[in-house]
Design a protein around this ligand. Structure first.
Ligand code: SF4
Ligand code: SF4
Length: 118
């Protein structure tokens, strides 16, 4: 025991405690919209990929996504079957954390979930 104390001498840690008026109120977000600063895409192990031809543009994935990761683009798309849409859905992989909720909720199974390759 004495030996380990010599190897790893204990140094006192001094924490500076904030004063009462320096602490943020609980559950307060001082900078709304600051989640865009967090690149949550680095956590991802699986990557969702939207099949644009199968997607029926119901936006359920967009509603359920917990991140700002599914973008609705003002970009027309014509499927191989000839259906025409005025929008295209795109996943922003900077924010998609690979939770798989969109894959689970898509009613027509238009989102494939593939292993992330770094
Ligand atoms: S996997 Fe999760 S974070 Fe990524 S797009 Fe789907 S719902 Fe959003
Ligand atoms: S839930 Fe599926 S069908 Fe609906 S918009 Fe998303 S990918 Fe397309």
């Amino acid at each position: 025991m004495a030996e380990s104390k010599e190897k790893f001498p204990q140094t006192p840690i001094v924490l500076k405690e904030p004063k009462w008026n320096e602490v943020w109120m609980g559950a307060l977000i001082p900078e709304p919209g600051n989640s865009v600063l967090n690149n949550t895409g680095t956590w991802r192990v699986f990557r969702p990929i939207i099949d644009q031809d199968r997607c029926i543009r119901c936006l359920i994935c967009w509603m359920y996504c917990p991140e700002p990761a599914i973008k609705i683009l003002d970009k027309p798309y014509k499927t191989k079957q000839g259906r025409e849409y005025k929008i295209t859905l795109e996943i922003d992989y900077n924010y998609c954390k690979g939770c798989g909720i969109c894959v689970q909720e898509c009613p027509v199974k238009a989102i494939e979930f593939v292993e992330e390759v770094k």
